[in-house]
Design a protein around this ligand. Structure first.
Ligand code: AHR
Length: 338
């Protein structure tokens, strides 16, 4: 009886060890949502290795969905998606893994702009076309990647600042709280540069506080709660994405600070997700600048061109609009796909 029990325990331990070893192997370089050995060619599907930043925001989830819905087997693709959990080291591991799996294309949504040279050289040496999507990268040689498609983040910042200049034209002083996205990402850099240019032009604008909420709702709330304890006057909350704005609004609700179109603190946000537009329509967010995440079909169009031997444009910027609480309609919220 005791011997039988010991054998069962050993068998269980062995099964757990085996499952753990398989799990660890599959998750090197981030979370891999594909079956093991997926890149091995057993058919004529085009194999795409996609290194995604993470799942930090509604924007990001919509972006992942767009990629998944585009790169399906029915459309002729096999997608290997690795979630880097907001860590560049995981993205570099993922690129190396895609190279060793000999995928047909590597697609990277980079967490930050800097630090890609070495990994991209390895992909280039292996002859794998490299597409960058969403944020931009800074590399020593532009030939290290094939092409890029994404947003003009600086322009987004400029659009937000133009709204501030129009709406605070008669103010003696504009005190700004600035919630930044993850530092070093193009989305943060461009939106911050836009605001900074506005501050440089308008002597009565003052950034009282600037901190990063990493593009997440939880961190946005945490940072805003801290800010509210330190300052008693804020005219504008310049928040670099909708999720951080949602978190900041939670903090303001809890602290009893009114905000939005009918209050003293105006909120500027970015992304214009469905949730962000609902908040804009409700007058909680004053102005919301779109950042469009539906890149799946855009990346696919680049791949189709490359498959035909064509040379796509090196850089492709997505057209984006902005929504003002004063003029937004229910129709435009309902039309939102993400
Ligand atoms: O790079 C796009 C940005 O990343 C979006 O504004 C943000 O929500 C996301 O996490």
């Amino acid at each position: 009886m005791k011997k039988g029990f010991a054998i069962s325990v050993c068998a269980l331990v062995l099964v757990f060890a085996l499952v753990f070893a398989l799990y660890t192997e599959r998750n090197r370089g981030g979370v891999d949502s594909s079956p093991p050995g997926e890149a091995e060619k057993t058919d004529d599907l085009i194999v795409i290795g996609f290194s995604q930043v993470g799942a930090e925001s509604d924007w990001r989830m919509a972006n992942t969905k767009s990629m998944r819905e585009t790169f399906t087997e029915a459309n002729g693709y096999r997608l290997i998606l690795k979630d880097a959990q907001q860590k560049q080291a995981n993205q570099i591991d993922a690129i190396r893994d895609f190279v060793s799996q000999k995928v047909d294309y590597i697609v990277l949504a980079p967490v930050t702009e800097e630090g890609w040279d070495e990994a991209l050289k390895e992909a280039k040496d292996a002859g794998i076309p490299f597409i960058v999507v969403d944020r931009m990268i800074k590399v020593s040689d532009q030939g290290l990647y094939t092409c890029w498609v994404g947003s003009d983040f600086r322009k987004e910042g400029d659009i937000a600042v133009a709204w501030m200049e129009k709406n605070f034209a008669s103010a003696d002083e504009v005190v700004i709280a600035h919630l930044q996205g993850n530092l070093g990402s193009s989305a943060q850099i461009g939106r911050t540069e836009g605001l900074q240019a506005g501050v440089d032009r308008n002597v009565n604008w003052k950034v009282a506080v600037r901190d990063s909420g990493d593009f997440t709702q939880v961190k946005g709330k945490e940072v805003m709660a801290r800010i509210l304890k330190q300052y008693d006057k804020i005219d504008v909350l310049y928040c670099e994405n909708d999720n951080m704005a949602f978190g900041a609004m939670e903090a303001m609700d809890e602290a009893g600070w009114p905000y939005g179109a009918s209050a003293d603190i105006a909120i500027i946000s970015f992304d214009a997700t469905r949730g962000g537009l609902e908040a804009t329509l409700a007058g909680k967010i004053n102005y919301n600048v779109e950042c469009n995440p539906l890149h799946g079909p855009r990346v696919e169009s680049l791949i189709r061109q490359l498959e035909k031997g064509e040379t796509p444009s090196k850089l492709a910027y997505v057209d984006e609009e902005a929504f003002d609480a004063a003029t937004i309609t229910r129709q435009s919220v309902d039309a939102r796909e993400y």
